[in-house]
Ligand binder design. Structure first.
Ligand code: ATP
Length: 510
């Protein structure tokens, strides 16, 4: 079993080798934490976005989608609090000259203690065998309780310091916990400083006259400032939602882990407007709904977990993350936030325009409360891709690399393969391709032996290979090979469309 680091390396190299993801500006030695999606990555990414859009907009009568501009009036970021408070606490190690996020150093320290608890559990499991009851063990074992107490104390202290914006206290906590720089191994830390994550730019041809603009660090504000436009033009009644997919930009201090933390990335966000006082019910509703969306892809439930926030953002009265077990551990994939009426109130205040809703049932006007669901396209890509990538040993002892993507998300739904490049098989294969290409994304391939072509399709996640052979010419049937179990069946050409539709349906959510 390869270790986590090897698995992650394999994910990165596979993504590049097969045209999913390339480092940006590679021939100029790359640009840190910026990536380009290649020919297959773009298809997979588009399918992820389509899955989200359908689940949010198409499957909900009361959610509509917009596409707002990346450039927005600079006062928006004053109103939203980003100019003053969209900061990360950073700290440098004076020996290695490496820069870290203070909160991440503390989280990593906590993760190490969690690891100790897991080790205790594993040992006990071995000792007690089937009789082992994890829940009982972690609530009674003295060593585990001691570790858990440590974790709870660090969490509490950390939340207190972050909420008070106590940077000196944060540094002291790092020293008290004995956290060392992973590179130099020393505790020679600078003070903790706040660092604003927004990229600034200028608009207009004459620099002196121009205004400073920010590249949006989240897509949500484009929704808030269009609240009234959408509500009025769409005659929307509360509760209702506005969804948006788009690029966001953050000058991340420590950008690593491939497409997990990028400086230019894409978000899929939905703001759901509700009556004041009902927001926590809706928060719980969306918390469950969003997890269902992930699970409907068929990835096992144990790969996901909720993580409730200890430190709430300045605008929130409840917040949770859906975390995914990436090759480098459980990390945030999606955030669900109860944002109160903060954003609409602030935009009312800063713009001078009243952003309220007249509720005809209550016969009163109010500023709606908001539940936000916010998920990164790229992190979702990484979650799905890394989970799907497997090396398998087959019954005959040979190995294959297979990318078991959920069929509706796969770049190509089927490959059309003439068994040999002669005897009229390529012509027949093209004929099939031409009848199906309006319904499905297909790839035609006639190069190399059929076994190698199957392997290539396995590696890029194509769920079905359709092989055209000499029998096809006489009986109009083809062989359809399933990527996951490698079983082959004979199907008549006229049934292919229905077969593919049946097997590659859009993901449905119960
Ligand atoms: P983190 O704590 O990991 O920095 P965050 O809490 O700042 O994330 P949010 O502001 O809640 O993230 O953004 C919503 C979603 O956008 C995240 O759950 C994540 O999927 C995605 N996201 C945020 N920052 C990045 C980034 N730098 N690169 C890729 N995706 C990101």
């Amino acid at each position: 079993m390869a270790n986590q680091e090897e698995i992650f390396k394999k994910v990165v190299s596979h993504a590049k080798e097969y045209g999913f993801i390339f480092p940006s500006s590679e021939i100029y030695d790359g640009l840190a934490a910026v990536y380009d999606y290649g020919q297959l990555g773009t298809e997979l990414k588009n399918n992820i976005k389509q899955y989200w859009w359908r689940a949010m907009v198409q499957y909900h009568e009361n959610i509509v989608g917009i596409d707002s501009a990346i450039f927005m009036h600079p006062r928006i970021w004053k109103a939203s609090g980003h100019v003053d408070a969209f900061n990360d606490p950073l700290i440098d190690n004076k020996d290695s000259k490496k820069r870290y996020r203070a909160d991440v150093l503390i989280e990593d320290h906590i993760a190490k203690i969690e690891e100790k608890i897991n080790k205790e559990c594993e040992k006990a499991h071995k000792r007690f065998g089937d009789a082992f009851d994890r829940q009982q063990f972690i609530t009674t074992n003295a060593r585990v309780l001691e570790h858990q107490k440590q974790i709870d104390e660090i969490h509490a202290k950390y939340a207190e310091l972050m909420n008070a914006n106590d940077l000196a206290g944060l540094k002291q906590l790092i020293l008290d916990l004995g956290i060392v720089c992973p590179v130099s191994g020393t505790r020679n830390w600078t003070d903790v400083r706040q660092f604003n994550l927004m990229f600034a730019t200028k608009m207009g041809s004459v620099i002196d006259d121009s205004d400073t603009l920010y590249l949006r660090p989240e897509t949500a504000q484009g929704i808030f400032v269009n609240f009234l436009n959408v509500q009025k033009s769409g005659r929307m009644k509360i509760p209702f939602g506005i969804a948006q997919i788009g690029k966001a930009f953050r000058n991340e201090i420590v950008a690593r882990q491939f497409i997990f933390r990028m400086r230019e990335f894409e978000q899929m966000e939905m703001q759901f407007f509700v009556r004041p006082g009902t927001e926590l019910e809706w928060f719980n509703h969306w918390k469950e709904e969003r997890l269902k969306w992930h699970l409907a892809l068929g990835i096992p439930a144990e790969k996901y977990r909720y993580h409730d926030h200890e430190k709430l953002a300045h605008y929130a009265n409840a917040a949770t993350d859906i975390e995914f077990e990436f090759p480098f551990g459980f990390k945030e994939l999606e955030g669900i936030h109860s944002r109160t009426d903060f954003d609409l109130s602030r935009h009312s205040e800063f713009s001078g325009k009243k952003l309220q809703y007249f509720d005809s049932e209550l016969n009163e006007s109010y500023t709606p409360y908001v539940i936000e669901t916010s998920i990164g396209v790229d992190r979702t890509f990484l979650a799905i891709f890394s989970h799907a990538l497997k090396d398998e040993t087959l019954p005959d002892g040979s190995t294959r690399t297979v990318l078991s993507l959920p069929a509706p998300l796969a770049p190509y739904k089927a490959a059309i393969l003439p068994l040999v490049k002669k005897d009229g098989l390529p012509e027949k294969a093209r004929e099939i391709m031409n009848t199906l290409k309006y319904d499905f994304m297909l790839q035609y391939d006639e190069k190399d032996a059929i076994g190698r072509r199957y392997r290539r399709q396995d590696a890029i996640g194509t769920p079905y290979c359709i092989t055209v052979d000499n029998d096809t010419l006489s009986d109009n049937t083809v062989t359809v090979r399933d990527r996951d179990n490698m079983q082959q069946q004979r199907i008549s050409i006229e049934k292919l469309r229905a077969f593919l539709y049946d097997h590659i349906q859009p993901v449905k959510i119960d």
